[in-house]
Design a protein around this ligand. Sequence first.
Ligand code: DAH
Length: 431
Amino acid sequence: MATAFSFAQTTLFSKTSPSLRTACLRSFTFCLPFSSSSTDLSSDKLHNKKWRQPVASVLELGGVKIAKDDVLRDDPTNNVPDTIFAKLGLQLHRRDQHPLGILKNAIYEYFDTNYSNQFDKFDNLCPIVSVKENFDNVLVPADHVSRSYNDTYYIDSQTVLRCHTSAHQAEILRRGQTHFLVTGDVYRRDSIDSTHYPVFHQMEGVRVFSPQDWEASGTDGTSYAAGDLKKCLEGLARHLFGSVEMRWVDTYFPFTNPSFELEIFFQEKWLEVLGCGVTEQEILRRSGKTDNVAWAFGLGLERLAMVLFDIPDIRLFWSTDERFTSQFLSGQLGIKFKPFSKYPPCYKDVSFWINESFTENNLCEVVREVAGDLAEEVQLIDNFTNKKGMTSHCYRIAYRSMERSLTDDEINKLQWNVRELVQSKLNVVLR
Ligand code: DAH
C-alpha cells in the first residue's frame, strides 16, 4: 500500500530543463519501469517492448501538447510504465456524466452556494510537477517515505507525476489566491486490490484569512481557522451524505498543524472522508503571506464515490463499458450502481526467493503491466525464511474481468508472462 500521507489509498519545473517551466514539461522520460532497482537496463528495455500496449502519441495536459517522442527519453531514474502513461490526460474528473465528475460538481455546488462563488476552481493543472512542488513546497521531510522510487512515479530525478493535489498549493497561494479548489488525477505506486489503483483523483481546498477575520472573534488565528475549517467540512459531509454522525480525529500531515481527519458513520462503519488542518505558517510565509492564517483539506474522490454510488471495485471508474458508463447522470449524486454481472475470478499463485531490492509495489507494477485491469488482487499468502537466510514469498493473483469471462488459455498466458517478467525485471528466483 502506498505510504504517502494519507490513509487508504496521491508545471513542471525541472532544474535540469528550465524550458519546461513554460511548456508544462516538454521533454520528460517514460521508459524503464523499476530502473532504480533493476540491474540489467538494456535487456530490461528490450524485454519490456514486447508487453507494451500502444498508447496515444500526443497528449494534451493542462492545455499543453506533449509528444510521446518527448516522453520516451532514457533516464535511469524513470519508473513510469506505459500503463500509467496511457492514463495521462484522461481526466475522469472532468466528465460530467462520470461518477467522479458528478461528485466534483456536487462539491463545487456546496462551495458556490455557501461561499457565494468565492472559491476559484482548478481542474486542468498538469499532473507533471517538480519534486520541489510535490514535496519541498509543502514541507515533506527529505527522508519521508513518499519521496521514494517505490512510492512515487519519477520522470527524472527532479520531476514526478504528482502524488497529491497539495503539489499545487504553494504556487497558487504565491499567485495571490485566497480561496481555491484544485481537482486532479494523482499517481502512486501501489498494491493491487479493490480499493487501490495507481491513478486516482483528489480535491484540495484552501482558504486564507486576514487578521481582521479573526480579530473580531476574540480568538487567535489558528483557533479561528480550525473552527471555520471544521464547520465548512461538516457542512460538506452533510451535503454529500445527508445527516450522518461525524467525528474528528487528530493526525499528522507535514503541511498542516494542527491536522485532522474527518470520519463519518456510514453504512454501519466509520469511514475516513478527508484530511485537513491549519496550514503550516512556513508555507504561507514563503508565499508572501506572513500575516495570514489558512486552512487546507484534501479528499480522495474515488473513496467517496465508491460509497456514494455503491461502486464495488476501483477499476470500474476506468471502464468504458456502456453497461457502466450509461448508469450515471450529470448532477445526480444519489444513483446506485447496479452490477451488470459478476464474472468468475481465477486465482494463480507465484512463488519466488526474493532479493534485497524486492518490493511488493514493484511486483504489482509487473502484474499491472502484463494484465492491466484484469488483475483484481495481489495478495501475499506465504512468507518464510529458510536456514540459509533466503526468504520466499508466495503471491496469489486474482484475475477477473468486470466485463466478460476470461478463458483458461488467456489467463495461463497472462500468468506465464507475469512469471517471465518477475524473473527478468525483479531478478528474483522462481520456485
Ligand atoms: N495531501 C494529502 C494526501 O494526499 C491530503 C491532505 C491532507 C491535503 C491534509 C491537505 C491537508 O491539504 O491539509 O494524503
